[in-house]
Design a protein around this ligand. Structure first.
Ligand code: ADP
Ligand code: MG
Ligand code: MG
Length: 210
């Protein structure tokens, strides 16, 4: 796998489309145990990011990611804005000056993204947040790369791990974010942020595969 700036932009636009398609779904998941705005928040954030990217002559992949991150931080009011915003900004910082990335670079980006989210939100695996989708995906990506899997298969394994993590959030009680106010009553509901994280990772896989 090798992605250039143009292909990276295409993936971001596609993520924007996917978030739009799932806006209602994400909002409904959040309504059950939160305040019902996750889809609305991300839609607003990614629309702003796409608009900014369409009006910028980006030089490299680092800059592209940083623009997305800044748009999310400044346009999303909810918890997910600063969290995803930090994720994109940190993954961009790791790719400054790069006009082409491979699967190892993508691993670094995802590693930085997760580190940023955990540093900011202080959540660990098992607290019913986006971390429950992203951390298993990162670990699986590492395993697949180490086992010599090609980029597409490695990404497929990673997004499947995110899907399992997303489903796992149904089984556990929230101890971070708004859903934590419900405590045990949050059990049985799927976390909205873990769902959007899976959607984003699945979208990256689908785009790289094509
Ligand atoms: P808000 O809860 O402020 O309305 P959103 O609805 O956009 O923000 O996002 C909620 C999602 O953010 C949750 O479903 C969860 O996955 C994620 N989240 C909330 N707090 C944290 C945290 N401290 N660390 C990681 N993720 C978090
Ligand atoms: Mg919310
Ligand atoms: Mg909110």
């Amino acid at each position: 796998m090798s992605l250039n700036v143009e292909q990276t932009l295409r993936i971001i636009y596609k993520i924007g489309d996917k978030i739009e398609e799932n806006k209602q779904y994400l909002t409904e998941l959040d309504a059950a145990i939160g305040d019902g705005d996750h889809g609305i928040n991300l839609s607003k954030g990614f629309r702003a990011a796409v608009e900014k990217l369409r009006n910028t002559q980006v030089k490299d992949i680092g800059e592209t990611m940083k623009i997305v991150g800044m748009a999310l931080v400044s346009n999303v009011g909810g918890a997910s804005g600063p969290l995803y915003g930090t994720a994109f900004m940190k993954s961009g910082q790791a790719m400054i000056g790069k006009t082409e990335i491979d699967i190892n670079d993508f691993y670094k980006m995802l590693y930085e993204a997760l580190s940023g989210i955990k540093l900011r939100g202080k959540a660990t695996v098992g607290e019913k947040t986006m971390v429950d989708a992203i951390e298993p995906a990162l670990n699986e990506l590492k395993n697949a790369i180490d086992e010599g899997f090609g980029a597409i298969s490695a990404l497929e394994r990673a997004k499947n791990a995110a899907l399992s993590g997303m489903h796992f959030t149904k089984e556990i009680a929230a101890t971070k974010g708004r859903a934590s106010y419900l405590g045990e009553r949050s059990i049985g509901h799927q976390d909205a942020g873990a769902t959007s994280s899976y959607i984003i990772l699945d979208c990256i896989y689908e785009e790289v595969k094509n």
